[in-house]
Design a binder for this molecule. Structure first.
Ligand SMILES: *Cc1c(COP(=O)(O)O)cnc(C)c1O
Length: 402
């Protein structure tokens, strides 16, 4: 059922057209992805790729999982868009499953992680305006990543963005992680929230210490400022629990989700405690907020993660990957094998991350190098021992040549 017949017949024609008509934002290899199933992607030449990048921690159930396909097809046959002015059925069902399975009471839906974080920033500022004499400052972490809108770029603690798109949105302070003095010294009467990723994803898989998170949560409660966890990458089973905050026996005030929640369909959510149900009409919204296709996708994906206990699979498979990495560690000089569940990374003594990821791609394995000396693994939550064995074999073959 192809309705618009492509005039671009082969990969070369497609790449030539891409080089002419796609706005350049990032280096991409000369391949075109065409099809996906389970742990694999195929390009237009029919070459297969074992996917340990998981669509950037997005395809939590693997590629084209039947539950997601069926949910989308059913929803397409029922209702594609009703307008943000009305409730729809899957919207209410998805909000219920998220609140039933977390410490939160209320949900706002959007389409991307950045948008969910923008919502969290607005909600924190609303709280500051209402309850903290207009306090609006939000403390975030050095090396954090919160998105690509101007406010979330301002919240982000990436050094290379420091001078980009000036002037930034004011009201953000960046402090190093796992440093309690830094946090204590940066809180003022103008602080309305602290926002962090339990494990920094784009920053290179940097975990926050358990004690640090617990103390930080205590400080927030004591001072009446909000604790926002950005679980866009760590949420929905990725770290071995449904939500990463559950590793630390804390209850944040706000949590954001995206990436894995739609299994590949663009979807995000902002969750908050009942006491933060404080937006007034007009304060927050969006044309595609709670759009039925996204709601149906989220409902299918979240239900599957819970029903199949894929959080546990992430924990077990993550431990297996670490075991296999440890076995080749000394041979190839791997360092700092780290992470939780299926959000893992390791370093090389030299800045060879890009070269290794590129050579793995040639051999049909997708890996990500978020920093020059780092490789990050974030496979779908359905990954098996066999997939990991194959990944380790390909990686070892590549490392033999370096
Ligand atoms: C990816 C990511 C975002 C941004 O999400 P988008 O969907 O790209 O807007 C925000 N926070 C974290 C922790 C992320 O990993």
């Amino acid at each position: 059922m192809i309705f618009v017949e492509s005039k671009l017949k082969n990969t070369t024609e497609l790449i030539n057209e891409a080089n002419k008509s796609i706005l350049f934002t990032t280096m991409r290899p000369d391949i075109v992805m065409e099809r996906g199933e389970g742990m694999y992607l195929w390009d237009t030449e029919g070459k297969s790729y074992l996917d340990f990048m998981g669509g950037w921690a997005v395809t939590s159930l693997g590629h084209c999982p039947s539950v997601l396909k069926e949910a989308l097809i059913n929803q397409c046959n029922t209702l594609i868009n009703a307008s943000p002015a009305y409730y729809n059925r899957p919207m209410i069902e998805l909000a219920k499953i998220l609140t039933d399975n977390s410490c939160f009471d209320r949900v706002f839906f959007a389409s991307s992680g950045s948008e969910a974080n923008e919502g969290a920033i607005k909600l924190a500022r609303k709280y500051g305006a209402k309850f903290l004499n207009g306090a609006y400052e939000i403390i975030t972490a050095v090396n954090s990543f919160h998105g690509r809108t101007l406010a979330t770029m301002s919240a982000t603690g990436k050094k290379v963005w420091a001078d980009l798109y000036e002037p930034k949105v004011p009201g953000f302070k960046h402090i190093p992680i796992n440093d309690l003095d830094a946090i204590k010294n940066s809180i003022t009467s103008n602080t309305c929230a602290i926002m962090f990723e339990p494990i920094q994803g784009e920053g290179g898989v940097n975990e926050l210490d358990k004690d640090y998170i617990k103390t930080l949560s205590g400080i927030c409660k004591e001072k009446g400022i909000l604790l926002i966890v950005d679980e866009v990458q760590t949420g929905l089973g990725r770290t071995g629990k449904l939500f990463a905050y559950q590793h630390y026996q804390i209850e944040p005030d706000i949590m954001t989700l995206a990436k894995g929640i739609g299994g590949g369909y663009p979807l995000s959510a902002l969750l908050a405690k009942e006491s933060l149900n404080i937006f007034e009409p007009g304060d927050q919204g969006g044309t595609y907020s709670s759009q039925p296709l996204g709601m149906a996708a989220g409902l299918a994906v979240v239900s599957e993660i819970i029903n199949k206990n894929l959080s546990l699979n992430a924990k077990v498979q993550g431990e297996y990957i670490i075991k296999k990495l440890n076995a080749i560690k000394s041979k190839y000089g791997l360092k700092n094998i780290r992470g939780k569940g299926l959000l893992l990374a390791f370093d090389f003594p030299e800045d060879k991350g890009k070269e290794i990821a590129h050579k793995c791609l040639d051999k049909g394995l997708l890996l990500n190098s978020p920093r020059p000396s780092t490789i990050r693994l974030m496979p779908p939550l359905i990954v098996t021992n066999e997939d990991t064995d194959l990944m380790i074999n390909i990686l070892s073959d590549v490392l033999d040549t370096i």
